[in-house]
Write a protein that binds this ligand. Sequence first.
Ligand code: ARG
Length: 604
Amino acid sequence: IKACSKTNNKIENIEMEDSILQIITKLFGNAVKLACPEITDLPIIDISLSGNKPNFGDYQCNSAMALANLYKQLGKKVAPRVIAQQIVEHIQPHPLVNKLDIAGPGFINIFLNKDYVQKYLSAIFESGEVKPPVVKKLKVLVDFSSPNIAKEMHVGHLRSTIIGDSISRLLEYLGHDVMRINHVGDWGTQFGMLIVHLQEKFPDYLIKSPPLSDLQNFYKEAKKRFDEDEEFKKRAYASVVKLQSFEPEHTKAWNLICDVSRKELQKIYDRLDIKLIERGESFYQTRMEQIVKELKTAGFLENDDGREIMWGGGTVPLTIVKSDGGYTYDTSDMAALKQRIEEEKVDWVIYVTDAGQATHFQTIFACSEKVGILKKDKHRVDHVGFGVVLGEDKKKFKTRSGETVRLLDLLDEGLNRSLSKLKEKEREKVLTEEELKTAQESIAYGCIKYADLSHNRNHEYVFSFDKMLEDRGNTAVYLLYAYTRIKSIARNANFTLEKIKQVSQTHAISLDHEKEWKLGKALARFPDVLLKIADDLFMHHLCEFVYEIATTFTEFYDQCYCIERNSSGEIVKINVSRILLAEATAMILERCFYILGLKPVSKM
Ligand code: ARG
């Protein structure tokens, strides 16, 4: 991890609730200001973790080299080591920092104080929870999942659903006010053909609900007619116009279709425990009419072969009105961003879609800024893109027969595979039926989510049940097992939650053993990991953190006895302080799992 905070010339206050990186960055920022008064445009304070060698300290500041270059530009030759020395002399004493060392050409190694980390961990037991780092509360709208009604919800939408949910969970945990919006495609031209097909196939649709259980197939039929039959096509176009002017019979037909789709989608959201508010493109119809008028009047639109376009500075303009007078995906996103900023008064909008839509969103942002809807100093907007999902053959993810994979089938396969995995380990012999089912679901949905979240979302990723169900390496299965093992330590020592709370008041968590200290420091980085993700929205940092915690815990547990038994297996000694360290680890892991949308079980 790296802290990057632009420094101004003010000396900053260090607050009680600051995270480790925030404290170090402020300490060094302030020291640099005092140590280098000649430099007006101070560089970013560059702090990173210092590798694994104990004599390198825990963190390091690498700014002396950059400062030496700035002196050079002023015509002064100062060695980086001398600057490092100056910085160290100006560091104000702080309980977090135990010692500073200068190494090599001018690196400053920072050694943390055990007391500080101990206090961080004790606070978890004092409050009974892992408190999030303190941030300014914002109203955030996360636009995710957003499949198209009647068309298939495919693995790309599954990625959006998983990533968007996790980002929402993180921001909620940080205390923001989060709106989870499902911007479904419920208003496009495809509804013309769907409605006409419905009207002709089920003429009594207004009095009797048509059997639309197979919407996918219904869509295919309609599409076939649309492509082959010119007359049908004309009726379909006329039908869109009627729908968009809210003609009642068309609205009814549209509602019937949306309802069927909605029920199907809800099954997936329920299984994955994902909450969303549906607010599709249709919601913006009147707002689209409104914004088109405004853009016209203000002179932002340009006629291009009959269509009205708007430029946002890039190479592709937005199509605001098509030559037939209809609106587009671009129009709806302009109207939606205006609605979100001006009516919902959000501070931050996050869009989670495939990377292919990056240009679309960059242009939407640029045009909104041009019009004065989006103000970069007041609002934050992010397009969180992701790469395509591939099959194990590295080609586009398809079934064996070459069809798109139905998401419900995919989830079912996950359930089957996780059950066989549990049976392979003969878990059905030790778990009750209920416990087995909970474990099965936890593993199945957990591994699908985790496989997605643990990869850098910018890259394409290969969907492989075999890989995600491995119980080694950075997988959900490994981590869920690691968690149950950690939880079993206190259980085996007969420490109830109450007892843990009670002993935490009298016993300090010891960090004297090298492995205890390593684990303690890793745990204390939790707030910084969250702050980093809130900045760059890459959830895989959290997965890397969880994996590091699990492996660091194993190192600790291999070398540090928590419970000592005699040769006949009786407990002879309990190391209370280590049981507390294990419990703190479990509590932080629980938090991480929650943010990642995983449901840990205490037995599996
Ligand atoms: N329905 C779109 C799709 O399937 C995604 C919508 C994303 N949200 C938005 N405001 N454009 O690709």
